[in-house]
Design a protein around this ligand. Sequence first.
Ligand code: FAD
Length: 317
Amino acid sequence: MKITEHIQNAKKPLFSFELLPPMKGQSIDQIFEAIEPLMEFEPPFIDVTYHREDFIYKKQPNGLLEKVSTRKRPGTVSICAAIQFKYKVDAVPHLICGGFTKEDTENALIELKFLGIDNVLVLRGDARKEDGGFIPETGGHSYASELIEQVINLNNGKFLHEEYSGPNGTDFCIGVAGYPEKHFEAPNLKTDLRYLKMKVDMGAEYIVTQMFFDNEKYEKFVTLCRENGINVPIIPGLKPLTTKKQLTLLPKVFSIDIPEELADAVADCKTDKEVREVGIEWCIQQSKGLIDLGAPCLHYYTMGKSDTIRRIGKAVF
Ligand code: FAD
């Protein structure tokens, strides 16, 4: 079922979450172990991230390092299929521009359709660490909006090569990313919102936000979106702080602020166990506040650790 239908049919705010495929060499059981404790909250959908290739350096017998390109977390599509098969829950694969030609994208979309997947979260994707900025694939897309155009074309039965076009296109519900504290490359929030509106005008049907720790940021973002004619559901993304290190890591990686009150409380903690308690309590209060603000669904970034999210779910849902 489409995410938009889940939201329309919901009698109460929904609970959903995001998983990362296991590192290469690990078992898919990790995924099942992360999902099972969260099933009691009846998630209507589960997102699975996509990770493009990155470089690793392998030491050669002569002592020199060989640069090798590899995907550390493959398996997004098969994990989605396994989730749908095992739990009868809609799985939402993240679909990115990075590393994909248009032809690769078309083939991936056909596979997803054949697997019975109804939703895709369409993203530009992260840059490879070494590149220092996003580099599109030759013959691929530079922005999420271009990728949306391709998905919409396929939804309308328009394949890349005219001879295949016809009634057997796809019918994906498209989600996109939104940034209450603006995307790190955008010169300002207004410009970022203009591109977000472009994605929605092109056919995106819902937005999932980057994590944030201050509900006022979400409230202002939703107001600005509505003022700018962005009227699709806006699902807040949430992550509990669990280590002291995240106090500096998360702002750096995700270009977000940590409110003073939370930062001070974490700074006062003596152990990461204490930080985890502070982070869980903050996230519970944030979740309750977002429900009061009318958020249609709360989407948790599990990072593969469902025990913290379970405690939050127990207190909120
Ligand atoms: P876009 O919408 O393309 O925007 C990128 C930047 O370009 C923004 O600054 C925007 O303002 C600007 N822009 C947009 N369109 C144009 C245009 N036409 N001309 C000029 N500027 C433009 N990354 C992964 O690799 N894998 C994942 O699974 C993944 N999942 C994510 C899930 C969520 C909910 C979120 C919030 C992010 C996720 N990311 C993931 C990270 C995401 O790929 C990065 O934040 C990326 O840098 C931007 O992606 P986007 O889809 O928002 O890009």
